[in-house]
Design a protein around this ligand. Structure first.
Ligand code: OGA
Ligand code: MN
Length: 285
């Protein structure tokens, strides 16, 4: 197994590892340690069945079943299909996943530990791969936060909510409505704005454009003015890692440490097909 760090303060590439075979505990610990340091890692050149993808994902913990039931892979509810492919007039997966900065499932009480996205088809145009995914380190954002901001934010919590975002996406087309029953599973939740990572304890600035609705206990306008400044601080371009996909990539990101955003710079007939598993968060170990 070979590891290459990216030039950014997050991101690493792993080669020489075959996840279709059992991974021994020593190797897994190495991957996990690297993962906790770098927040996002790509394991290249994989050829995984859904069963193998799920089995490796479970090494990190129990898996979530995504609320968007219409986009789960048939026979494998642990797999969320992320794709622009249309079959029989219907999207086979979420076509518009994450085209805004977010961390997956920050809108549940125990935000997801990590997501594992496996590339089956990637759009290529004139030899260039499109549909990159951008990553930003919320830990680095915390470390570089001006002291006065840290003071102001210490002890505050923010509201996170899925419904607003889903409705925005739905309004712009391409998504079926969530049922009342689906929405009822997703009440508002609150997280510390300066949150400790549930496993490593590392502090992060835990607000995101996708799902953070407001900072608690602040006048509405003040919160609405402050949040975009915090988002801008998190995603300063010099601190981003851009993932350029290859077929066979298994990309893992830590939802408690980094944020991500999809770039939609391709359209059919260029196809993009990914499978995502999502590892549940712990209860603040
Ligand atoms: C996701 C997501 C980004 C992408 O699957 O959670 O945000 O580039 N995907 O597909
Ligand atoms: Mn996402």
């Amino acid at each position: 197994m070979e590891i290459t760090l990216s030039m950014a303060p997050l991101g690493a590439e792993v080669t020489g590892l075959d996840l279709a075979r059992p991974v021994d505990d020593g190797t897994f610990r190495k991957i996990e340690t690297l993962f906790h340091e770098r927040g996002v890692i790509v394991i290249r050149d994989q050829k995984l069945t859904p069963e193998q993808h799920i089995a490796f994902s479970r090494r990190f913990g129990p898996l979530e079943i995504h609320v968007a039931a219409q986009y789960l892979k048939r026979g494998f509810p642990e797999i969320l299909v992320v794709s622009n492919v249309v079959e029989d007039g219907r999207n086979i997966g979420l076509a518009d996943a994450g085209q805004y900065w977010h961390s997956d499932l920050s809108y549940v009480a125990n935000p997801s530990r990590c997501s594992l996205l496996y590339a089956l088809e990637v759009p290529v145009c004139d030899g260039e791969v499109l549909g990159e995914t951008l990553f930003a380190s919320a830990a680095y954002a915390y470390d570089t936060l001006p002291a006065a901001w840290k003071q102001r934010l210490e002890g505050l919590t923010a509201v996170h909510r899925y419904g607003d975002r889903y409705q925005k996406q739905q309004a712009s087309g391409g998504r079926g409505a969530l049922s009342q029953e689906q929405l009822a599973k997703l009440p508002d939740v609150r997280h510390a704005v300066l949150r400790g990572h549930p496993i490593t304890g590392r502090r992060v600035l835990f607000v995101n454009e996708g799902f953070t609705a407001a900072i608690d206990g602040m006048p509405t306008e003040e919160s609405a003015a402050l949040l975009p400044q915090l988002y801008a601080h998190i995603v300063r371009p010099e601190f981003l890692y851009t993932h350029r996909w290859r077929v066979g990539d298994l990309l893992l990101w830590d939802n408690c440490l980094v944020q991500h955003r999809a770039i939609r710079n391709y359209e059919l007939p260029l196809r993009r097909l990914m499978h995502r598993t999502t590892v549940a968060g712990g209860d603040g170990r």
